[in-house]
Design a protein around this ligand. Structure first.
Ligand code: PGA
Length: 261
């Protein structure tokens, strides 16, 4: 069985001071947790904004749990150069990041991020030694037109065709139906399982089976909370969750982690 992962996407919500307080809260509830031992079997990733990254120290340093990691919410596809406003994946590594979210639907929507851009960012982040968390998902309109499966297969193919993953590299794919994000109404777990199977099938077409088994995890995202998270993670192919709104309250976030232990 693959190691489960819970990823907190803080988006452009908490500022520097609020991020620091949120970390303190997360650490406080982790320390208090009666399931600490079980929590250590999970990977927990916290993704603050760029400006809070270096101020939110690697939580593993607090020795509360060794499996709490730092992630960023985006990166550029070049390592260095005349790219005003962009952030190098190597620099994310420098400030202690282990993960980076790529292709989130909010970036696709508001910044016209394309599959090609996501593809380049995946390659660059793998080269820098980061683990990309690749977001895919259909809009409500695409779903209503019966294109759900097609959209997801296309996004996964375009993101990952021509990417090679060696034994030490890992990727996470997050299935996030766009219309569910931030709505407070998640899809049913069976549907997440069905979509994850489609994603996995495409990764089997693209990579050797041992890479799919050992290096690729597929998670669900979209209105996940402590009440519904277990129903998703109980599915065979759902290896964890990407959590937005519910990760902004330290206690709720730890409850989500505890719920799947
Ligand atoms: P949500 O966000 O949990 O608030 O729906 C998820 C995400 O955008 O990654």
């Amino acid at each position: 069985m693959k190691r489960k992962i819970i990823i907190a996407n803080w988006k452009m919500r908490p500022n520097l001071r609020e991020s620091q307080n949120l970390v303190k809260g997360v650490l406080k509830y982790l320390k208090k947790s009666k399931k600490k031992k079980k929590l250590s079997k999970l990977d927990i990733v916290v993704c603050p904004s760029f400006t809070s990254l270096s101020a939110v120290p690697q939580m593993s340093k607090f020795k509360v749990l060794r499996n709490v990691f730092l992630g960023a919410q985006d990166c550029f596809w070049e390592e260095k150069g005349e790219f005003t406003g962009e952030i190098s994946p190597a620099w994310l590594k420098e400030v202690g990041c282990k993960y980076v979210i790529l292709g989130h639907s909010e970036r696709r929507r508001y910044l016209s991020e394309t599959d090609e851009m996501v593809h380049k960012k995946i390659k660059a982040s793998l080269n820098a030694g980061l683990i990309p968390i690749i977001c895919v998902g259909e809009t409500l309109d695409q779903r209503r037109r019966g294109l759900k499966e097609y959209v997801i297969l296309e996004q996964v193919s375009q993101a990952l065709s021509g990417v090679s993953i060696d034994k030490k590299q890992k990727i996470i794919i997050a299935y996030e139906p766009v219309w569910v994000i931030g709505s407070g109404h998640a899809i049913g777990p069976e549907e997440a399982e069905y979509m994850n199977k489609i994603i996995l099938q495409r990764t089997i077409d693209l990579f050797p089976l041992d890479v799919v088994k050992n290096n690729i995890r597929v998670v669900y995202g979209g209105s996940v909370d402590h009440d519904n998270v277990k129903s998703f993670v109980d599915q065979d192919t759902v290896d964890g969750a990407l959590v937005g709104g519910a990760s902004l309250k330290a206690k709720e976030f730890i409850k989500i982690c505890e719920a799947i232990c």
